[in-house]
Design a protein around this ligand. Structure first.
Ligand SMILES: [Zn+2]
Length: 128
């Protein structure tokens, strides 16, 4: 059985409810239709578009992810490559452009996962 751990489903492009159905149609963030999503989960029929404009909130998640990434990247540069700090400025812009589709997809999956309850398991083995 697939994992319903939300963090795992967010990073593996899976439905946040059942952990089995694909969220985006394309497996890769670097294809032409990287932003095309399934309307519903093929396995559990979870609605991936609960209401119009639902994914506007994912913008804030995307922003937070981008800022967090830049902070970590900056701290790595300051701690390990302090003599080459100019390279941080030169490298961060193309890096952020390259990572935009990946963060876009990550933010959408995270936003839906916030509002989705994982599927109930059978409970076998937990109670006698
Ligand atoms: Zn599902």
């Amino acid at each position: 059985m697939a994992s319903t751990n939300k963090l795992i489903t967010i990073f593996t492009n899976k439905c946040p409810r059942c952990g089995e159905g694909d969220f985006f149609i394309s497996k890769s963030a670097y294809t032409r239709n990287f932003d095309k999503m399934h309307k519903r989960c093929a396995v559990c029929n979870e609605n991936f578009v609960p209401e119009p404009g639902f994914y506007q909130g994912a913008l804030y998640v995307s922003y937070a992810l981008n800022v967090a990434f830049m902070l970590v990247y900056f701290l790595i540069f300051v701690n390990f490559f302090d003599d080459y700090l100019n390279y941080f400025l030169v490298s961060i812009i193309p890096l952020m452009i390259l990572l935009t589709p990946w963060f876009y997809r990550l933010a959408r999956r995270a936003w839906l996962a916030i509002f989705t309850k994982p599927q109930e398991t059978s409970g076998k083995g937990y109670r006698s």
